[in-house]
Each structure stands twice: as structure tokens, then as C-alpha cells.
Design a protein around this ligand. Sequence first.
Ligand code: KG4
Ligand code: ZN
Length: 363
Amino acid sequence: MGAMRILAIETSCDETAAAVVEGPDSGGNVRVLSNVVASQADLHARTAGVVPEVAARAHVEAVTFVVDDALRAAGMGSGAWGMGTAPAIDAVAATVGPGLRPALVIGESAARALAVAWEKQFLPVNHLAGHIAAARIHDGEEGRMKKEERHRFPAVVLIVSGGHTQLWRLDGPTSEVPPFNFGSWKLRLLGQTRDDAAGEAFDKIARLLGLPYPGGAALAKLAEEGNPAAFNFPRPMADSENEDFSFSGLKTAVYYFLERSKKNEGGRKGLDERLRRDVAASAQEAIVDVLASKTIRAAAREDAREVILTGGVAANARLRERLREALGVVPLVVPHPQYCTDNAAMIGAAAALRSSLPERAQR
Ligand code: KG4
Ligand code: ZN
């Protein structure tokens, strides 16, 4: 099977997303024709986190419009889709897990219904395979895959988002002759968080500093002016022999530190601005230290010829800087920010790469 044109839907958390992608090309890369994301961040700011049932309800309301927008933006006409009037696509893909159950089923049901109505194939996609496949999208800017560029194996992948913190080893097919296929890549989980995800740690510490949800980006901004060496917050499991992570202890340490600081100030006023900046910078440094040192160790141990950084926390400039510095000649591939945070283009990319394999080779 050659290149396919795929409509993809993603509703695993708090983004309702749809995209049309085409691929893979002879270099094993995927092109994005449209990529639409409707964020529910405002809705969840009220509860300072995502309530699954609330997210699901919002997906129901948004999903048809988002799909319609994605088809239009891909140049597929007016949106008068129905029985017997299918758009020019080969398949409909959707995220089927992992994620929030009530949220996932909205996207999957929509995709299955469209596939039946349009007599197209339905392609189920794993959300994490999507995050990894984002590295195969060849538009965008920084660290992108150029059209003719191919992955170097083995690769070590760090997925860091509000929901996940995982290190994977990615092996290519035994022969690295193009076109190679995502479906034949071998993935092995090296380690993952035992409690909070890295993005969750950013968000919780941001909240302690009075920043609105999701506070990762705002905390990074506050940290720019702070001293990362001001406070020595714990680096949980940084030196452990395995490749697992733990972030809840760090959040607790920052909590007690801030409580003590408030008391020392005699409750006269809120936290001093300089202290807030230093806490933000020092907490960010602790998280980045753990992520970077574990990734670098894993890359050395696995003899990685490439490191892929993806997920919403890949937007963190300090993390990218630390990884680049430490990796030296080993290339760091970071998908364009719009394909790092949850989106449907990456789901379409994973589906395209998988379905370019003969049926029986798919798993
Ligand atoms: O991948 P994503 O959009 O959604 C999930 O699957 O969770 O990741 C969102 C996470 C949030 O926790 C957000 O605070 C964090 O990524 N994030 C950042 C930055 N930008 C977004 N964390 C640290 N620094 C940033 N610049
Ligand atoms: Zn995600």
C-alpha cells in the first residue's frame, strides 16, 4: 500500500482535534493538509484540572465542527457531508487510548460513524504512538524532519506532557532502506513516571505560585528572570538505577517551602515577586535536571543515534537547551510545537505510517 489520505480525530484529554494528513512519502514522512485544535483549557481552568465528564460533554459539542473545519481547511469543500457524499480520503483514524475514557469514546464513535457512512476504513491509533509519529511530520520549523531526512536508529524518545512522562527505545526495521514503516518500528518502554507526569508537576507548582491552569508555560516565563540555583529542591529518583520518574515529592517540597516563606513574612503580604521568580526557576531546574539526566543516561546506555523529544513539555526552552548541550553530536529531534501538544495530525501520521504496511504485518 502506498501513501494514504487520512482524516484523524483526537479527543483523549481536553483538546478536540481533527486533521487531514497524507503520507508516507518515499522518505517515510507525512504531510499535513489541515490541523484544527479546539482547546477546552478555559473550561478546565475553573476546576484547575480536567474533569473527564466535563471534557467529554465539550467534545460532543465541538467534534462535528472541528471535523468540518479540518475538511474545509484541507480544501475538501463545503461540509455538506452525509451518506453517499464522502470526502476524498482513504480512511478515518481516531485515538482509542490511553486517555480519559469518557473523552476518548466521543472521538472514536465519531470516527467510526463517519467511516461507516463514507464506506472508509477505520484506523485505531494509540495516543503515544501519535506523539512519537509527530517526529515524522515534515513541515513546521525547529528540529523538523526534512523531506528527504530519515530517522537514525536506535532512537530514545522522551514523551513529556500533562498526562505522560515516558522514555522509549525505538528501533527501526532490520533493514534501514526506505521506505520503512512505523508499523515495523519496534518500541520498548524503558521507564515512566510512578506518580505525577512532568507537565502535571509544572502545572501544580505553577498553581502554588498563583498562576492559572495549565501553568507550565507561565511558570517557564516566570523562571526566565529567576535564579535556578536559588533553592536546591529535591531531584527525585535522578540517580536511581532504573529509568523511572517521580515528581510528586518535588511538588510537596515546593509546597512546604512556600508555606514556610509565607509564615516568615508574617502573613504581611503575598509572596515577594523575586522569591516567586527564584522558586519558579529553581523548580523548573529540578524537573529539567531529572528529565535531562535520565534521557542522556538512557541515550548512552542504548547507544542512541537520535533522541526525540515530544509532548507539551517539549515546548520548554530550558529542557531543549539542556538536552542539546548534553547530547553533543547526537541529534535532538523536536517536532514543531503545534505537533508536540495534543493534536490530530500526529494521530493521522501514526495511522498513515502503520497502514502503509501490508495488513498482516500490522500489530
Ligand atoms: O501534550 P499536552 O498539550 O497535553 C497533554 O497530553 O497533557 O501537554 C500539556 C502540558 C501541560 O502540563 C503544560 O503545562 C505543559 O505541557 N507545558 C509546559 C510548557 N508549555 C506547555 N511545561 C513547561 N514549560 C513549557 N513551556
Ligand atoms: Zn498527549
